[in-house]
Design a protein around this ligand. Structure first.
Ligand code: HEC
Length: 275
């Protein structure tokens, strides 16, 4: 069931028949839904994930973020970022504004490629345009640490995902459909946990609201295990005993598009601690 319908008691966004109004109606409905459930939590705090619901957890997060144990990984990413391609050009040369304040505008729908392009795909595009092989999305020591650094160049920017053309709306809708589809032996959808059961405890973990998740990636779980957003999607699919989709797959890209749009206006911060 669509959240807008659930919250507002009518299929409001459905009335727009796929126009760009639908994503914005969805986003507002999610914000209303969560703010009704957690009235004391300021909107910007949603980027803290489950720490937003727990003062002790939040202090622990802030202590670790003062001296992040994963700093060496971010430095390795910076070294990759700064190493010129064989032709002398760099990632910064390849991207607008040297790649600063950019990650919060991704994923985007690319009309020429007719698909959703993630920030990682953009980095790989720099590589291939400069004669280098693309990195694998699931390779921690290349794409993992490179994004862990490159996204920090956008720390503090507010998420600003655009879903404008009917084709873009179709990819957004595909992402939302996946988010709402029940999967795996446990037969749970992402929404079952991260919307309907947000704030409840599951296996000693507080389930975070879907709102605010995307702006804080990648994360370092336990201070060292690097999880990109797609790695986290994979992990959650395993938890419900579903066959995980490949990281970087089109379905995950569409999911990320929908999932990131929901957090429009929230502040981005890359490479953060999670339990
Ligand atoms: C059975 C419940 C369940 C389902 C279904 C589920 N997750 Fe999760 N998810 C969790 C738990 C538990 C955690 C760890 C606690 C937390 O941070 O929310 C988590 C964590 C996450 C996080 C990291 C949040 C953070 O701040 O670090 C993201 C992102 C996420 N899930 C996305 C998804 C997506 C997308 C789907 C659907 C493919 C999904 N989850 C399905 C239970 C679930």
């Amino acid at each position: 069931m669509r959240l807008a319908a659930l919250v507002l008691g009518a299929g409001l966004s459905g009335m727009f028949g796929g126009s760009a109004a639908a994503p914005e109606d969805d986003r507002r409905a999610y914000v209303q839904f969560f703010q009704a459930r957690f009235p004391a939590v300021p909107l910007d705090d949603y980027v803290l994930g489950s720490f937003m619901l727990n003062a002790a957890g939040r202090r622990h997060y802030e202590d670790i973020m003062a001296f992040p144990p994963f700093e060496p990984d971010i430095d390795r990413g910076r070294a990759l970022w700064e190493t010129p391609f064989p032709n002398g050009r760099t990632y910064a040369d390849c991207l607008p504004d040297g790649g600063r304040m950019l990650a919060g505008t991704y994923p985007r729908y690319d009309a020429e490629q007719r698909r959703v392009v993630t920030f990682e795909m953009l980095l790989n595009r720099c590589r291939t345009d400069n004669g280098e092989a693309a990195y694998r999305y699931d390779d921690r020591d290349t794409m993992g640490v490179l994004t862990a650094y490159a996204r920090t160049l956008s720390d503090g920017m507010r998420m600003a995902i655009r879903v404008e053309s009917p084709e873009a709306v179709a990819r957004y809708e595909a992402g939302r459909a996946f988010f709402e589809r029940r999967i795996g032996q446990m037969n749970f959808s992402c929404a079952n946990c991260h919307v309907q059961n947000a704030g409840r405890v599951m296996r000693m973990e507080v389930i975070s609201p879907a709102l605010g998740q995307a702006p804080h990636f990648p994360v370092f779980r336990g201070g060292d295990a690097l999880y990109t957003l797609h790695a986290r999607y994979t992990r959650c699919m395993e938890q419900v005993r579903a066959e995980p989709l490949p990281m970087g797959s089109e379905t995950f890209n569409d999911l990320e598009y929908f999932h990131s749009y929901m957090s429009n206006g929230l502040p981005l911060k890359a490479s953060v601690y999670r339990r």
